[in-house]
Design a protein around this ligand. Sequence first.
Ligand code: ZN
Ligand code: ZN
Length: 143
Amino acid sequence: MGDLANCPSCGQLFVKSTQPICRECYQKEEEQFESVYEFVRRKKNRASTMGEVSEATGVDKPLIQKWLREKRLHAASFPNLTYDCERCGEQIYEGKLCSTCATSLQKDLSEAPEKDRTFAEKQEEERKAKVYFNVDQENKWRN
Ligand SMILES: [Zn+2]
Ligand SMILES: [Zn+2]
């Protein structure tokens, strides 16, 4: 027996098994996937945008985005089936962030440990900063 849970899609109580949503919603989603897939598979629809696909199939954009993220729909085959970067809204094909945001996030993460530097290290840095400051001042005087 699986656990009882509320379906995140329709709110109905269902037995949670391999699917995170209830059977009805799962089936509905599969049907929607089929119609989207049938649509974009056609050569003339390959270059459709997210909006066009959503409109033609009646399937909500977030669902199509989910399939792109899960790689059920291969973004490489459908060049215009892009979705918003979660941070800046830039059009992207895969993942959750555009490359700019991904890079800056990566940078933020790698810089984070700086906060954990010891007090001594910080003092040392401040001391150095002062030295440079003084040198700068002297140069100014000379000029
Ligand atoms: Zn449901
Ligand atoms: Zn972005």
